[in-house]
Design a binder for this molecule. Sequence first.
Ligand SMILES: [Cu+2]
Length: 156
Amino acid sequence: MKRRLLIMVALIFMLNTIIFAQQPKTQNSKLKIQNAWVRPAAKGANSALYFVIENNSIKTDTLIGAESKIAEEVEVHESFKKDNDRMGMRPAGKLAINPKSEFEFKPGGFHIMLLGVTKDLKIGDKIEVVLLFKNKGKIKIKAEVSDMPITKKMKQ
Ligand SMILES: [Cu+2]
């Protein structure tokens, strides 16, 4: 009788551990990074990374930065129109990703700037970048080197 009770207690503990261990995964899946692609570049040159952030949760999260071994420096940038109608870019700061919404990084808009890539980025190659979110922490993404948005390429 006592042994059965011990087994019961052990089972409850195990169940708890399993439930708690799975919780972060469920939360992570509510913040998805889709269609990641990065422009080709020669070693030492700059490149830019684009993707769509899908926030399926009911909470705002904030993109606070990015890091990768693929470049000397990794910055979150936004493109903007200068007075003379030419485009410039600048650090975007922290970006709030609203609940139940999509946030698109695209040419002429927000992008992850890769300053001084550490190797040649050739079409078809894959690179890894970590995005840093205030609530979700780090999300590792894989991006394919492409000369056009991945979504467009898939429709052809
Ligand atoms: Cu830039």
